[in-house]
Design a protein around this ligand. Structure first.
Ligand code: SF4
Ligand code: SF4
Ligand code: SF4
Length: 373
């Protein structure tokens, strides 16, 4: 398939570009750097994405080594019904989210208005404006930075996975047998650490662009201040709607992320309505056997279950409600806020110093336990 050949070629080209651009030290636009405290937002123009996965490679090369290997033997989880999740032996998996893979590309083939189309959708944390993962973390490990980046502090997280449960896309992924719980009371609390895209927070703090933005040979992503990015997304969506023959007031059908979960700082714009994209994603998840998607990783080692819509580690792209709008979650957030602060202080105080998330961890012996979704 011509597109597949082009994807492979661009993989090489993208990596070369990654090295070149990284060496050139591209930084955030001056206006963005000057505006500390304002939320950053990304717009992804899916018409441009060729599915080369240079972004995935750049993310993995930059951040995978910051996720530690588990201790061996791994403590039994507490409570015992909590599953052990170990991806340390399968760091090569890149066609879904894992603790060692913060970004993957969903490759879609579908029909729209009688035409066969191919679309590639990079997926990672959406960086919600009012994120339930951070608001409802009982340990205070989730936090929204002043620039809008939603980060899970690996020095505080006990791996309870509340963040994954309340995230509409179930983005955070647990690695068992790592983190501060090992130094507190491993038999009675904790199970590991939750990991996800932190929007290259350590680089952004230095005024640099996220790696996946910087290396993309097609300039699929743009990063900037939220108001400008929303305006850009709307203008782009209006163009897409017009090109697709839709009424001008239907432009919102061509964006994803402005309203979902109460608003996010990741906005996708597509040449076809997102109802069509969502159906294609669901179909891809239902049809592909785990690890045998079109992604080049070809992991194929993730058990025999067939994928269903919202397959673990591969988020759906349909409508989602605002999680923080429910009275139950609002109350929980109010109650948790002071307790979470105390818990965060406790883990910082009693946990040993962990390697900072922007530096490679110390080498640790690998675990023998198998992984799961
Ligand atoms: S976003 Fe850019 S780097 Fe990533 S797959 Fe698409 S074209 Fe390639
Ligand atoms: S997408 Fe999920 S993990 Fe990311 S900020 Fe939103 S709720 Fe949190
Ligand atoms: S923003 Fe950074 S951490 Fe997030 S997916 Fe892109 S490269 Fe990975």
């Amino acid at each position: 398939m011509a597109q597949a050949i082009s994807r492979r070629n661009f993989l090489r080209g993208g990596l070369a570009t990654a090295a070149g651009v990284a060496a050139s030290g591209v930084v955030l636009p001056q206006a963005v750097r000057a505006a500390g405290g304002q939320e950053l937002c990304t717009v992804l123009d899916l018409s441009k994405c060729i599915g080369c996965e240079a972004c995935v490679d750049a993310c993995r090369e930059t951040w995978q080594a910051t996720v530690p290997d588990p201790v061996n033997p791994m403590p039994k989880p507490f409570p015992s019904r909590v599953p052990t999740q170990d991806w340390s032996k399968r760091k090569d998996v890149s066609d879904r989210l894992t603790p060692y893979n913060f970004l993957y590309v969903e490759h879609l083939d579908f029909e729209h208005k009688g035409q066969a189309l191919e679309l590639h959708v990079p997926r990672r944390c959406m960086h919600c404006v009012n994120p339930p993962c951070a608001n409802l973390c009982p340990f205070g490990a989730g936090r929204v930075e002043k620039n809008g980046i939603v980060n899970i502090d690996p020095d505080v997280c006990l791996g309870g996975a509340k963040c994954k449960q309340v995230c509409p896309w179930h983005i955070p992924q647990r690695q068992s047998g790592v983190g501060v719980y090992l130094d507190i009371m491993p038999s009675y609390a904790g199970n590991g650490v939750m990991f996800k895209c932190h929007r290259c927070l350590p680089l952004v703090k230095q005024g640099k662009q996220p790696q996946c933005v910087e290396v993309c040979p097609e300039h699929v992503q743009t990063i900037g201040l939220r108001p400008q990015m929303l305006a850009q997304a709307e203008a782009l969506a209006r163009q897409k709607a017009q090109a697709d023959g839709a009424a001008p007031d239907r432009w919102r059908d061509y964006v994803y992320g402005i309203e979902e979960n109460g608003g996010t700082n990741t906005v996708y714009v597509s040449p076809v309505p997102f109802a069509v994209v969502s159906a294609a994603v669901n179909q891809a998840h239902a049809q592909a056997a785990p690890g045998q998607g079109k992604g080049r990783a070809g992991a194929g080692k993730q058990g025999g279950k067939r994928r269903k819509a919202g397959f673990a580690g591969r988020p759906p792209m349909g409508p989602v409600n605002n999680t923080m709008e429910s009275a139950e979650n609002l109350t929980a957030a109010l109650v948790l806020a002071p307790l979470a602060g105390l818990a965060a202080g406790f883990t910082r105080l009693f946990g040993k110093k962990q390697p900072p998330s922007d530096q490679p961890p110390q080498e640790q012996p690998p675990s023998e336990q198998g992984g799961q979704s």
